[in-house]
Design a protein around this ligand. Structure first.
Ligand code: NAI
Length: 333
């Protein structure tokens, strides 16, 4: 079985090679992302393995089918970058890794909250520079504040638990499919989206990117939030209309913005561009705000998560190859 891994980073190679000791597949690692320009590289491969920056639209899918690819294995949970209808039409199975470590992403969201609040990322630089001033570092107690969690699935639940049990916040939740158990346990209180926006001091996004959630945080929803709200997004960049957050930051309506994802991240994230000119003016503007903290889609990036991702990805492929039931097959649902 020949497997092409796209968007390969050093850690993908290390962890997938370790997981492959059990299967001995013939794996080729490509640094390039899979998209219309690179789809021809798949000629002769039985399966491709992709991540969040790859784009498999209808055109790419046709090329994959023509080249004999039978399986697309996402080494992530989100699958908004793959045209599932086109996959079905082309008889290509799509599998994902729905759960690897909800803790990893939830803990990263909390890290963004703590850093932004107490300006830890600035304090680190200041102290290294021999500047021991506290100017601009006044934070607030998380204790007793109201945190709103939008999307209370695997990751959102973990974030809610840390906020409730760790920080002792009041936690409001919005999800079209409420988890009544979580409410019974006293972790969250489900409310309408408008109430969550109105009453939360901190809002953290954990919903998937769908046509319904695209740009759900925009100038209208931001206007409903408390002045000076802290907004955290570790889900997908496009759930937020970035330009609207810039306007709200300029006016002080958003007091803190923590992002692990960005709508146009594909041309930036996972690359070392430190000696190049950043041509994305929206991103560059975001970087000028002292109350904005951006990480480059690293929420998932823990040892435990990468091990699980690698093992599950190859196990998914094995099940499809053997025609066994694969609970992570998206094209069957
Ligand atoms: P999940 O599927 O367990 O939970 C998603 C929740 O969002 C579900 O409860 C669903 O009902 C809810 N939801 C759906 N539509 C909604 C809407 N319109 N408004 C509010 N809630 C809505 O997914 P999981 O594992 O918790 O992951 C959530 C998202 O986090 C993924 O879709 C992915 O985009 C992102 N993610 C980010 C990572 C990172 O490294 N930053 C890593 C892994 C996932």
């Amino acid at each position: 079985m020949k497997l092409a891994v796209f968007g390969s980073q050093d850690y993908d190679i290390k962890f997938l090679e370790k997981a492959n000791e059990k299967y001995s597949y013939n794996i080729t690692f490509f640094n390039a992302y899979l998209n219309e320009k690179t789809a021809s590289l798949t000629n002769g491969f039985d399966a491709v393995c992709i991540f969040v920056q790859d784009r498999v639209n209808n055109t790419v899918m046709d090329t994959l089918a023509k080249n004999g690819v039978k399986i697309i294995a996402l080494r992530c949970a989100g699958f908004n970058n793959v045209d599932l209808d086109s996959a079905k039409k082309n008889n290509i199975s799509v599998v994902n890794v729905p759960a690897y470590s909800p803790h990893a992403v939830a803990e990263h969201a909390i890290g963004l909250i703590l850093s932004l609040n107490r300006r830890i990322h600035h304090a680190y630089l200041r102290v290294r520079d021999g500047n021991f001033s506290l100017k601009g570092f006044l934070g607030f107690d998380l204790y007793n504040k109201t945190a709103g969690v939008i999307g209370v699935g695997k990751i959102g639940q973990e974030a809610a638990k840390i906020l409730k049990l760790g920080m002792r916040c009041k936690v409001l939740a919005y999800d079209p499919y409420p988890n009544k158990e979580l409410e019974k346990e006293g972790i969250v209180k489900y409310v309408d989206l408008d109430d969550l926006l109105k009453d939360s001091d901190i809002i953290t996004m954990h919903c998937p990117l769908t046509p319904q959630t695209k740009h759900m945080i925009n100038k209208m929803s931001i206007a409903k939030m408390k002045r000076g709200v802290m907004l955290i997004n570790t889900s997908r960049g496009a759930v937020i209309e970035t330009r609207d957050t810039i306007e709200a930051l300029k006016k002080g309506q958003i007091g803190y913005l923590g992002l692990d994802v960005y709508e146009e991240e594909t041309s930036l994230f996972y690359k070392d561009l430190s000696s190049e000119i950043i041509t994305d003016d929206v991103f560059a503007r975001l970087m000028t705000f002292p109350n904005v903290l951006i990480t480059a889609h690293q929420g998932f990036f823990t040892k435990e998560a990468i091990e699980t991702i690698s093992n599950t990805t190859l196990s998914n492929i094995e099940k499809i190859l053997k025609n066994e039931k694969c609970e992570n097959e998206l094209t069957k649902k």
